[in-house]
Design a protein around this ligand. Structure first.
Ligand code: PLP
Length: 469
């Protein structure tokens, strides 16, 4: 494709995306296709001769749109928000257009320096500890996902706990990891990948609100030490996936500190909230954590993939992940004056992801982002109030922020029935979780264009569904 053809088709594609975003509330949020339908619409073999670009765009409407869940719909209340936004999409386009590999400072200085700079901005915007700024011993890096972030944190912790032995000789130290049963499955996965083994993942008892019991953590660490184990890593969560439970970071940090246990704090979705000062209490005590992660690709209008990972001491991370083959040697790296982000992540290659985040932060400004968070929290509070006042439904947890957890008083079958009714309507989409064999419904508010009317409609649909429970 020549640059001129690219310009012409590019304008069409941008128009197509703009139309999609302006019409997205007209599609059923949950796809209605049967398994195999999408493939049945596609030719069995790749085309021998190149096709007209218009034909490709037409197939987006014909084959792709019906097979989508519309995460950008203002009626999307499932799982967690996965927002994009105009500035983010355009930043992504520029990133693709430039096509640089940012594995080292040398391979595109702007890719590295913009990333360090924007992550330092976020330290201030989100009220994170100064120790996470890149000017000192720490620093931030964009990962593809919170799952990669926790794996990197665990590898750094493993290397620190074994005094640099684990990379060389594998692990023979009896390392132990701690989290609650509400922690994200990526912790379990990281424990497997890091070779620590699932039997060495201790599930710490939770309080009534499903947050980690700090005394139970202290007890578990002491019990492990008493039998010669090596407590290595605690994964605390600020905003668990099922119910938005918040582990007490300050108390956990105090427990970890004397034992030199690495504390990672996973705030994948809820981390965005601390852009508002009134929600900073969620991360009080974070200066005692070794690492922290939150996902702009959830609630901060930056399309997947963009997960911000901060460490207090980057030396441990680099020690765990740095390998220097001859062909990557260069004077800038050897000068020690630059960051080479290849040493802060699992893959070598890396995309220019800071661009989309930079576009978002500049284009909206912090004030508008705060206003969005407050709008969402207010909407969720309104919905929680309706649930609390109703005779058919009850709240399962308090609703501190943007996630409402509730159920039908008739129990699991009734709860699932009304959820399916809402989802089949196409106007809204909810998901569920299960705590102690009890199904709860989750209404997660976080789409940029969700307005009070979308919540009113969803509430109405739920009420109507009750009639046939
Ligand atoms: C969504 C979520 C994750 C996983 O995020 P990815 O970026 O998809 O890996 C991890 N932890 C929590 C608490 C989450 O809500």
């Amino acid at each position: 494709m020549t640059p001129e053809e690219f310009r012409r088709n590019g304008h069409k594609v941008v128009d197509w995306v703009a139309d999609y975003l302006s019409d997205v509330d007209k599609y059923p949020v949950k796809s209605r296709v049967e398994p195999g339908w999408v493939r049945s619409q596609l030719p069995a073999t790749a085309p021998e001769a190149g096709e007209n670009f218009d034909a490709i765009i037409a197939d987006l409407d014909r084959v792709i749109l019906p097979g989508l869940m519309h995460w950008q719909s203002p009626g999307f209340f499932g799982y967690f928000p996965a927002n994009n936004s105009g500035p983010s999409i355009l930043g992504e386009l520029v990133s693709a257009g430039l096509g640089v590999q940012g594995m080292m400072w040398l391979t595109s200085p702007a890719c590295t320096e913009l990333e360090s700079h924007v992550l330092d901005w976020l330290v201030e915007l989100l009220g994170l500890p100064d120790g996470f700024r890149s000017e000192g011993a720490g620093g931030g890096v964009i990962q593809d996902s919170a799952s990669s972030a926790v794996l990197c944190a665990l590898l750094a912790a493993r290397e620190r706990a074994t005094n640099g032995q684990s990379n060389r000789s594998g692990i023979d130290a009896p390392l132990v990891v701690y989290a609650t049963d509400q922690a994200h499955s990526s912790i379990d996965k990281a424990v497997r990948i890091a070779g620590i083994g699932s039997v060495n993942l201790r599930r710490i008892r939770t309080n009534a609100d499903l947050s980690m019991s700090a005394p139970a953590l202290a007890e578990a660490i002491r019990a492990d030490l008493a039998v010669g184990k090596a407590p290595c890593f605690v994964a605390a969560t600020v905003g668990t996936t099922a119910t938005n439970a918040v582990d007490p970071v300050a108390a956990i940090a105090e427990i970890c500190e004397p034992y030199g246990v690495w504390l990672h704090v996973d705030a994948a979705m809820l981390g965005t909230a601390t852009i508002c000062p009134e929600f900073r209490h969620l991360i009080s005590g974070l200066s005692g954590a070794d690492s922290y992660c939150f996902n702009p690709h959830k609630w901060l209008l930056t399309n997947f993939d963009c997960s911000c990972f901060f460490v207090r001491n980057r030396a441990s991370l680099i020690a765990a992940l740095s390998i220097l083959p001859e062909y990557l040697r260069n004077a800038a790296s050897e000068s020690g004056a630059v960051i080479d982000y290849r040493d802060w992540q699992i893959p070598l290659g890396r995309r220019f992801r800071a661009l989309k985040l930079w576009f978002v932060l500049r284009s909206y400004g912090a004030a508008e982002l705060r206003a969005m968070v407050r709008r969402h929290v207010k909407s969720a509070q309104w919905f929680a109030g309706m649930v609390a006042a109703s005779t058919e439904f009850e709240l399962v947890t308090t609703t501190p922020l943007n996630l409402v957890c509730f159920r039908h008083i008739g129990g699991n079958v009734a709860s699932e029935y009304v959820m399916n009714a809402v989802n089949d309507s196409g106007k809204a989409f909810l998901t569920h979780a299960r705590i102690n064999d009890s199904v709860l419904l989750r209404l997660s508010v976080g789409q940029e264009h969700t307005e009070p009317t979308h919540l009113e409609t969803t509430w109405q649909l739920l009420r109507e569904a009750c009639a046939s429970v």
